[in-house]
Design a protein around this ligand. Structure first.
Ligand code: NAD
Length: 302
């Protein structure tokens, strides 16, 4: 049994930390949002009142935070992880963040005597709850190996990606593809409906045909087809439009840095932007179907 400090108990971190607790680890969780802490406590995570309380004496610290700025504040801030953890504590950032921030965290951790890996995940809230996430882990070999020993109860796949920040690089490219697939799924679903196809019949065909994707099977944006979809729930967030927009923005900025054309990705970013401009940034990203079908705002319909 290990002592685990966990910072960030939101949609993903709540379930992930609970799976470590279920596996018998002593998990101490902190979040700025008291509701998130209470929900994690109900799933077996011990509530901590500060980062300091969560990380003291921990064998490993996981962070699952929205963006690079949050991860930097949590690791590098005066009351942060580097200030309060012991240097034998292994640090694992599972947030999806920009490569420059991830490199900054690797450098600052190394300079303070810590081992740090970037270990973003794929699999959504349903994968977080089921303990079937894919982890992509970048960093120095022995740190990656040690991180793997803790990640097991949260994951179905653990894939070392290479040196520092390569986990984030893999995650950014994966999510570019995910959100393009989500947009194509929304377009296919709306067109199928307008051509008179039954929603279930069309999904049954696409899910065993060449239109298949993870987005189709997990996030189908039409209600009453896929149990894990936010569309069943008025688009209550599993992955907010704001975070989806952040991820596709990370891909666009990495593409600019590498001279890579990203025409489809840029177009999909505009769909998320329309959702955000309509005041729906906190809703699930699969709500872009409402941009496609024009029901969000009549001016969005071509
Ligand atoms: P979320 O917004 O639900 O959770 C983030 C949590 O971090 C919130 O509870 C927030 O209060 C907390 N937080 C922010 N700043 C903090 C601080 N300084 N100290 C303590 N807590 C702080 O987000 P999420 O959906 O759980 O996603 C987390 C990360 O995982 C993001 O980078 C996201 O892109 C990535 N991700 C999300 C999904 C998904 O399906 N939701 C899937 C894979 C990866």
């Amino acid at each position: 049994m290990a002592v685990v400090g966990w910072i960030g108990l939101g949609n993903m971190g709540g379930f992930m930390s609970a799976n470590l607790a279920k596996a018998g680890h002593d998990v101490r969780g902190f979040d700025l949002n008291e509701g998130a802490v209470a929900a994690a406590e109900a799933k077996g995570v011990k509530p901590a009142k500060s980062i300091e309380e969560a990380v003291q004496g921990a064998d490993v610290v996981f962070t699952m935070l929205p963006k690079g700025e949050h991860a930097k504040a949590v690791y590098l801030g005066e009351d942060g992880v580097l200030a309060h953890a012991g240097t034998s504590t292994l640090l694992v950032d599972s947030s999806t963040i920009d490569i420059a921030s991830a490199q900054e965290l690797h450098d600052a951790a190394a300079a303070a005597g810590f081992r740090f890996v970037d270990a973003p995940v794929s699999g959504g809230v349903s994968g977080a709850e089921a303990g079937t996430l894919t982890f992509m882990v970048g960093g120095e070999d022995s740190a990656v190996r040690d991180a793997t020993t803790y990640i097991g109860p949260m994951s179905a796949n653990i894939i070392p990606t290479g040196g520092a920040t390569t986990g984030q690089a893999a995650k950014i490219c994966n999510n570019l593809m995910l959100f393009i697939n989500l947009a194509s799924t929304a377009e296919g679903a709306v067109l199928a409906d307008r051509l008179g196809l039954d929603k279930q019949v069309f999904w049954d065909i696409a899910s065993v045909s060449s239109g298949d994707s993870w987005a189709l099977r997990t996030w189908y944006p039409v209600p009453g087809v896929v149990p894990t979809a936010a569309s069943n729930n008025g688009f209550a967030p599993t992955f907010t439009a704001e975070l989806a927009n952040k991820d596709i923005g990370l891909a666009i900025s990495a593409a600019e840095d590498t001279g890579t054309p990203l025409e489809i990705g840029r177009h999909v970013q505009q769909l998320f932007q329309k959702l955000i401009d309509a005041g729906e940034s906190g809703k699930d990203c699969s709500m872009i179907i409402k941009v496609v079908d024009g029901s969000l705002d009549p001016s969005t319909r071509d």
